[in-house]
Design a protein around this ligand. Structure first.
Ligand code: ATP
Ligand code: MG
Length: 281
């Protein structure tokens, strides 16, 4: 059966269980377009990492279908999905296999059997981009948590996948490196990559995402714009989510100075927008 055109990735009725008894993912249906910026939110154990591992073909779903560019993924062509959808593991230790940082970041490129000069050039470029060039000869297990995370990100970016699944990419990054990661996201967006990020950082999700998917106990309970998600007290409560700070301040000011100041369609999503909105009050 041919799927509707326009989706880079489509998931239909996907179920996944680790023990063949209890479903960790329940009947997941998702349609993702090229270039989308999606944040996946949800409490610990909601199923975010499990969904990502299904989306890039590390795990095989118990039932359901995945389509990449309208081609159904089967055991035979699963490498197509693994190549197209790069996954940055939540725990870098699960991902890192190389004996040096350079070896780790160039690992995937070497598997593609690219010419050695091209591998070297691409690896050095990504190492510099991720602030890792000075660590290139070090064993990855000597690095700090945040440094390892950057190595894991670099290894996936080097492969230039069209879809990138970042699993809590900023959880161990300091503020400077978080900013560097956000700059990297801008670059990837300019390259029209499809980016999906699981995060507990609702401030980040609110300012960055174009679409937010909320998971709870293996189900997708909401799939909407950031403003629709974060103004639903029911969703926030069910999924254990905090309201973004900027939105909290916006609501307090609105409450204090009159409900008609501005509607949610124009709620500021970053500090600059907030400052501009505030100056116009
Ligand atoms: N390898 C595994 N074997 C068995 N159960 C697992 C395994 N990995 C995860 N689970 C279970 O699957 C459920 C979903 O886990 P998952 O890691 O996908 O959640 P998550 O939303 O990513 O959580 P977190 O925010 O803590 O990263 C949890 O109940 C977890 O205990
Ligand atoms: Mg997880």
């Amino acid at each position: 059966m041919t799927e509707e055109p326009g989706y880079i990735l489509e998931i239909k009725n996907l179920n996944y269980s680790y023990d063949n008894r209890t479903n960790v993912l329940n009947n997941i249906n998702l349609r993702i377009k090229k270039g989308e910026k999606i944040a996946v939110l949800g409490a610990n154990g909601a199923g975010k990492s499990t969904l990502f591992l299904n989306m890039n073909g590390v795990y095989n779903s118990n039932s359901g279908e995945i389509y990449l560019h309208q081609t159904k993924i089967t055991r035979k062509n699963i490498n197509m999905l693994r190549k197209s959808a790069g996954y940055v593991f939540q725990e870098p230790d699960s991902q890192i296999v190389g004996s040096t940082v350079f070896g780790e970041v160039s690992f995937g490129l070497s598997n593609l059997k690219l010419p050695p000069d091209e591998i070297k050039e691409k690896t050095i470029k990504v190492l510099k981009e991720m602030g890792l060039y000075n660590y290139k000869d070090m064993p990855p297990h000597y690095l700090s948590g945040g440094e390892k995370k950057r190595v894991a990100i670099a290894g996936v970016i080097a492969m230039e996948p069209e879809i990138i699944l970042f699993d809590e990419p900023m959880s161990s990054l300091d503020p400077g490196n978080s900013q560097m990661f956000e700059n990297l996201l801008k670059k990837l967006e300019n390259e029209e990559k499809t980016i999906i990020i699981s995060t507990h950082n609702t401030d980040f999700a609110y300012r960055w995402a174009g679409r937010i998917i909320v998971m709870d106990k293996g189900n997708i309970i909401a799939d909407n714009t950031p403003i629709k998600i974060f103004t639903s007290e029911e969703i926030l409560k069910t999924a254990n989510l905090g309201k973004p700070l900027l939105l909290q301040v916006y609501e307090i000011i609105k409450e204090k100075y009159g409900k008609n100041i501005m509607d949610y369609g124009n709620a500021p999503r970053c500090i600059n927008e907030f400052a501009e909105w505030f100056c116009h009050l």
